[in-house]
Design a protein around this ligand. Structure first.
Ligand SMILES: *Cc1c(COP(=O)(O)O)cnc(C)c1O
Length: 371
């Protein structure tokens, strides 16, 4: 049997044509036209005025935090169940990550825990839409208004998703995307910030480009980074964006198929198909082992690997990260929902190139291993 990888992207649209154009014309750096085009098109797609393309989704968060002027002693509230990039962006500017647990059904941050964490030092709430369903945004928007906080929306996994009909990437002060090959659309490596705030957009552009000054290029008033996206990456992005609708429909179909095929396995918790504010777009198809299963996700993934089925573990909570604990953060705290799904959760092949036949085979193997 051929292995089934956990992710394989689909690059059979205009990708080759646009890449060829870059090479033919010699426009391969960040100065090329595809970068502007990709920024404009993605921003428009989520109803934002400005898009700032960067080299990946992690640095998009670094730029967002820095551009908002968050710094030493400030606090940012975020879910503990997320990727390290979120906490890293906060810690690197000298600010303090303050975490909340997640919801057992949606795996997204439990928004009812946010208000109790707000202090006079809180500057922002970083929301992270996770695995297929968006965060329940309305209560977060209300809190941000009430306490004058910024919202940084990490929409890395949410291309094409909506919350109560509004696009993910349209909420709060600034939003970020990733275009890593396992995201709905990919540029190989890549990311973007989107915002409606012109000044903030300019600041992001400057931070992305070493804070070169327009007039006196090599005299710097602030430290930035070289986080520019190349025209080659953006060429892929433009081609991928043309198919976003189709890709989201495809993922939705994959999720529904898995749910049909796995519904009768009593030892597994499956992703919920929808909430009252969104349908699941199944960025990845996650499984959580019920408590009566006598082994954990690591063992489950080992068993599936014997059948050459690719898997990935769930995120590991921020409050349990050795690197953050070493900094004196999160001493003695516990967030039981995140701790549980981190140990009992993993995801099965969910990439864009996954075929219906492969879905059936994965489901058969999962049924055999967990029955
Ligand atoms: C993928 C991802 C990122 C990081 O994006 P990269 O492009 O891989 O750096 C950030 N946040 C979330 C929620 C992600 O899923």
């Amino acid at each position: 049997m051929n292995p089934i990888p956990v992710n394989e992207p689909l690059l059979d649209g205009n990708e080759k044509r646009y890449l060829f154009e870059c090479i033919e014309t010699g426009w391969i750096s960040s100065e090329g036209q595809f970068v502007k085009q990709f920024e404009e098109q993605l921003a428009a797609r989520v109803g934002r005025k400005y898009g700032i393309a960067v080299s990946n989704g992690s640095v998009a968060l670094d730029v967002a935090v820095a551009a908002l002027g968050i710094g030493s002693g400030d606090e940012v509230i975020l879910p503990t169940f997320t990727i390290i990039s979120c906490a890293a962006a906060i810690v690197r500017v000298g600010a303090v990550p303050v975490v909340v647990d997640c919801d057992a059904q949606t795996w997204n941050m439990d928004v009812s825990q946010i208000e109790a964490k707000i202090t006079s030092r809180t500057k922002a709430i970083m929301v992270v839409h996770t695995y297929g369903l968006p965060v329940d945004m309305e209560p977060v928007l209300t809190l941000a208004g009430k306490y004058g906080l910024h919202i940084i929306e990490d929409a890395a996994e949410m291309h094409g998703q909506t919350y109560k009909g509004s696009p993910c990437g349209s909420f709060g002060t600034i939003s970020t995307f990733s275009f890593y090959p396992n995201k709905h659309i990919t540029t190989g490596e890549g990311g973007m910030l989107v915002t409606n705030d012109e000044k903030l957009a300019e600041h992001c552009r400057s931070l992305r480009n070493l804070c070169f000054q327009p007039q006196k290029r090599f005299i710097h008033k602030e430290l930035g980074w070289n986080f520019r996206m190349t025209n080659l990456q953006a060429a892929l992005g433009v081609a991928q964006l043309e198919r976003l609708e189709e890709f989201v429909a495809r993922k939705h179909h994959m999720g529904q198929r898995y749910t049909e095929l796995l519904a009768d396995i009593p030892s597994l918790e499956l992703p919920i198909p929808k909430t009252d504010y969104a349908e699941n777009i199944y960025w990845v198809y996650g499984l959580v082992l019920k408590d009566e299963v006598p082994f954990d996700a690591e063992e489950a993934m080992r068993r599936l690997a014997k059948y050459k089925i690719g898997t990935r573990p769930f995120f590991w909570p921020m409050h349990e990260q050795p690197v953050l604990q070493k900094m004196g953060l999160f001493d003695g705290v516990s967030y039981p929902v995140a701790e549980r799904i981190a140990r009992r959760g993993f995801y099965i092949p969910s990439g864009m190139a996954l075929t219906d036949e492969q879905i059936c085979r994965v489901a058969q193997v999962v049924a055999e291993v967990f029955k």
